[in-house]
Ligand binder design. Sequence first.
Ligand SMILES: Cc1ncc(COP(=O)(O)O)c(C=O)c1O
Length: 429
Amino acid sequence: MVTLSGVELESPLTKISELTSQIFDLGCARDDTPGCKHVIHFNNAGAALMPKRVVDAIIDHIRLESEIGGYEAAERAHDAVERVYQAAALLIGAEHDEIAMLENATRAWDMAFYAVPLKAGDRILTSMVEYGSNFIAFLQRTQRTGATVEAIPNDEHGQVSVEALGEMIDERVKLIAVTHVPTNGGLVNPAAEIGKIAREAGVLYLLDACQSIGQLPLNVKQIGCDMLSATGRKYLRGPRGTGFLYVRRQLIQRLEPPFLDVRAAQWVGSNRYEIRPDARRFENWETNYATKIGLGVAIDYALHWGLETIRKRVTSLAENLRAQLSTMPAVRLHDLGVERCGIVSFSVEGIEPEVIKQQLASQRINVSISIRSDTLLDMESRGLGKIVRSSVHYYNSEDEIERFCRAVDAIAKGAKSNVLGASERAPTS
Ligand SMILES: Cc1ncc(COP(=O)(O)O)c(C=O)c1O
């Protein structure tokens, strides 16, 4: 028997989930999310459903561009564009001049990573669950420079072993670059413990927060990272093609961006340029103003809910989902770690993940597939090929989780189910 706010609970997971949903205004969240009427969206780690106000802000700006001109619309929207820097800074406990807006998390991460000086003999330490694009960049740079990249072993729970990291540190380690939440599961790596070691050793620390931003409270000072990359379209519920980079103020001027243009620098003499002093040195000039504004609105919306509220709701829904899936004999759950988030990864014995995805899609339930090459070290070490990734957000309901589980159960048993009622069926056209 457990208690929550003094209430005794018989069946902990379901009851905690029900109680959290009573405290959380689910009706409001779903009303603000038009997509909830069309799909059961468990692909929030791919791209979440945008709230209506985000969509409106984007469309309004595009309309303004078409009516008065793109440059003129940007001038008129100056405050909304600046707001995105303030909102992103507020979200992660930074200052607005420490934020650069980029077109995705990968480019944000790249702009930081390729700016870190490396030479032969230097070491980069990373996580077992590092994302494919990051690792490809490690390989390119280590092949170019003669530096090396090493994965920090996991502890017995499957998260980065902080102890092993401590033992790996020496004067040759120039960068710790780890993924907070991997693309392929609910693991949350101990970002702040890693930060403590990085600080003590005086080693640069780059955190890939692409999958954690918007579902977990993040504070760069508490984490102790020097650089952090994030995307807009996932748990932040912003538009696709948006992302941002944080770089600690004291570090900005020590990092020369791999690319420069007229946004990042000023051409001040026929053979001279000056790089701007703030984090916008990592940006480039031409940008999508509409989606930038949309990202600002999405971040403000997340802040309005509160990141701790979001975390509680998302993790409780995910635990509920894991609990229900774990009762199915053919289902194998794959989430690692002590702390787990809204991503629930699983496979069903004897059924290809694509078949599961397709059969769920035919019932308008969205999931995605994690493939081996996206997190090669992790998948190889666990002998995994492809797995199903279901990822919940706060606007998902307990009822959707039950329907989802009924559908998975039916697929596992080789039967077709249709969990949507007649009124909810997709239009035929
Ligand atoms: C851990 C991680 N890092 C980085 C990325 C890349 O993000 P983006 O597609 O915004 O560049 C992803 C995408 O899924 C990811 O899961």
